[in-house]
Design a protein around this ligand. Sequence first.
Ligand code: DQA
Length: 147
Amino acid sequence: MRSRVQVLHGVNLDMLGRREGEHYGTLTLMEVELAVKRFAGELGLVEPFFFQTNHEGEYCEALHSAGEMADALIVNPGAWTHYSWAIRDALALAGVPAVEVHLSTVSQREQWRRLSVVRDLCVGTVEGKGVEGYREGLALLKAELER
Ligand code: DQA
């Protein structure tokens, strides 16, 4: 089965490549997206499509329309993960399965990163695997869609 997966990158993820390499690796966002396209091809998923914003309301609006455009979502809301109840509410009405992916190991960094307000709405969470985490996220979604 071929499914449309939207990958929603949140705040500051456009700065990948310039951010702390020990947490986020050295790839730029464009390079991450190329890798995600490759992973999707290997898994036999249709080309994923991408969105990034540094504006919380825009991220919410993308989630509002996500269900019409995608069969499943990968969300990495960046720092919003830890406190944006608005993004949580918007994800709750997306109506399609989502996986939360973080490049870094959020559960073992500062205390404030340990809370994710979207986690329980997601069918899975992948953290600390860098860009490979997106491969795992896609595989989780594929399995979910085939259930
Ligand atoms: C992140 C982790 C967040 O805590 C951080 O604010 C980010 C990126 C990650 O992918 O590891 O911007 O979501």
